[in-house]
Design a protein around this ligand. Structure first.
Ligand SMILES: Cc1cc2nc3c(=O)[nH]c(=O)nc-3n(C[C@H](O)[C@H](O)[C@H](O)COP(=O)(O)OP(=O)(O)OC[C@H]3O[C@@H](n4cnc5c(N)ncnc54)[C@H](O)[C@@H]3O)c2cc1C
Length: 461
């Protein structure tokens, strides 16, 4: 088995050997319900695999490798937004899944995400919209400023589209809300996927870094931008787009003072913004050009200092919000995307393995659509898969292909558009920036068409 082999070639997988059963691995959230017959059965196999480089020469694994194998029906790799939204959607439709997450717990740090009406349609369909709405402010509009604080343009979302809904949602709370909808056994933490391969009977073999092995009928790769599942399916690494983002969540225990609108400040090769999340929290970001992704910096005081230096002479509220930011919420991310060229990119599914969210379509955050699209993916896939699994209407592989056909025309243009918008906003040339700030933004940009991509119809699951 190999996580890095680009070729999902069948592996030799025979059931001739019996190894002693080992105790169940660590912490499952326990499972209570589900119509799809649960088969966390343990089987013992002798596993023979190809060499993982696509050469296909089977080799016997060591005695250590002759271990028990947990049999699962649906395994989701990654307990991020895509993984949990998919698991909850499947659960609502009577299909149980096991989510494998490499971390010890749900992501507790991190900042927030702006969700537009398409994201809210999905959250309503899943049944968690009302709960989340009550915790996050509705954002009324946006204002665009130049670096000297001059207002270039402002919009009210509802003036453009009465049905628009925009809120910045804390990632931690979104993940916890999803997890609360699942049976306790549905998420298995400290479960990093190390290897993936395919058995001769068409099932997918997964090996975790702790040595646990699973065999799954269906695998859904929700393992983010550096997805090992996508790599195994032949996808290239996402491409760095030439700029990075600092992000943080300012905290004002006595109440934050900002209006419920998104504020963007556009400079030269540099932009920043902030949006109130709740009565006490304000999300901010600073995007800066950088020829390379640069070193990984985790020291929050350095990150805070670097982000403040970038906007030192900009509208003072930015510095104020960064000052109010607890260390554990500041992160720096090199931004990447991957364009899913027709006939060139691998398919989103291979046999009964499929990708969802950033694992399939990493996109830059310039339209605020990465998570929204991951949510859309989740409900579309869950419906098709549940239909195939529950009613026997068509094959699982057919359902996965149908998911890709429906989602690709939505995802591909958005990925490109987000990239182009980012290039426009990261321009450094002073003349071009002056035209952008004095002509394009004040006179030419129309908000309605800019947000048409947030239209997405979705029935309750
Ligand atoms: C700066 C920035 C701002 C953004 N702003 C917005 C916004 O405003 N609105 C919006 O809609 N989107 C936004 N996004 C995009 C959004 O964050 C992503 O699209 C979204 O998080 C994708 O979710 P995901 O579940 O696909 O991936 P992730 O959130 O990356 O989750 C992947 C999960 O898989 C786990 N995992 C990875 N490898 C393994 C493994 N080997 N084994 C087991 N588990 C594994 C990870 O630990 C993680 O929990 C932004 C992104 C960035 C970078």
């Amino acid at each position: 088995m190999a996580s890095v082999s680009p070729c999902p070639r069948p592996l030799s997988w025979s059931s001739s050997s019996v190894a002693p059963a080992t105790p169940p691995p660590p912490p499952y959230r326990s499972s209570r319900t589900g119509a799809f017959p649960r088969s966390r059965r343990r089987s013992s196999f002798r596993l023979r695999v190809g060499d993982g480089k696509g050469n296909g020469r089977p080799r016997a694994l060591s005695a250590r490798a002759e271990a028990d194998v947990l049999k699962e029906d649906v395994v989701i790799v990654g307990a991020g937004i895509a993984g949990l939204a998919t698991s909850v959607s499947l659960h609502r439709l009577g299909v149980k899944s096991l989510v494998l997450e490499q971390a010890e717990s749900l992501r507790t740090g991190g900042t927030s995400l702006t969700l537009f009406k398409n994201g809210w349609r999905v959250l309503d369909a899943i049944g968690v919209g009302s709960d989340l709405r009550s915790q996050f402010l509705e954002i009324q509009g946006m204002v665009v400023k130049s670096e000297d604080g001059r207002e270039l343009r402002s919009f009210r979302f509802k003036d453009e589209d009465d049905s628009q809904e925009v809120r910045a949602v804390e990632r931690r709370i979104l993940l916890e809300t999803f997890a609360d909808q699942l049976p306790p056994e549905a998420i298995r933490f400290s479960s990093k996927l190390a290897k993936i391969g395919r058995s001769e009977n068409g099932e997918t073999l997964l090996e975790l870094v702790d040595g646990t092995r699973l065999s799954a009928k269906i695998v859904i790769g929700c393992d983010g931008v550096r997805s090992p599942v996508a790599k195994w399916m032949g996808f290239s690494e996402p491409k760095y787009v030439g700029y990075c983002a600092f992000r943080g969540l300012g905290f004002y225990p006595d109440g934050q003072p900002y209006e419920p609108r998104v504020t963007y400040v556009y400079g030269k090769g540099l932009r920043a913004g902030y949006v109130p999340v709740s009565s006490t929290k304000v999300y901010w970001f600073v995007c800066f050009n950088s020829p390379s992704p640069g070193p990984r910096i985790t020291d929050p005081s350095i990150l805070k200092n670097q982000s403040q230096e970038l906007v030192r002479n900009w509208p003072s509220e930015l510095l104020n919000i960064i000052d109010h930011t607890p260390d554990d919420t500041i992160i720096r991310t090199p931004l990447v995307d991957r364009w899913l060229w027709p006939a060139v990119s691998p398919s989103a599914s291979s046999g009964s393995v499929v990708l969802v969210g950033d694992a399939w379509h990493p996109m830059t955050p310039n339209l605020g659509q990465g998570a929204c699209c991951a949510l859309e993916d989740a409900v579309v896939l869950a419906r098709k898969l549940a239909n195939a699994v529950n009613s026997g209407n068509g094959s699982v592989e057919g359902a996965l292909k149908s998911y890709e056909s429906e989602r690709w025309p939505r995802i591909f243009p958005l990925t490109i558009r987000a990239n182009l918008v980012g290039s426009l906003l990261q321009w450094e040339n002073p003349v071009v920036c002056s035209v952008r700030n004095n002509v394009v933004i004040p006179k030419l940009v129309r908000m309605g068409p800019m947000l048409e991509h947030t239209n997405f119809a979705c029935e309750r699951l």
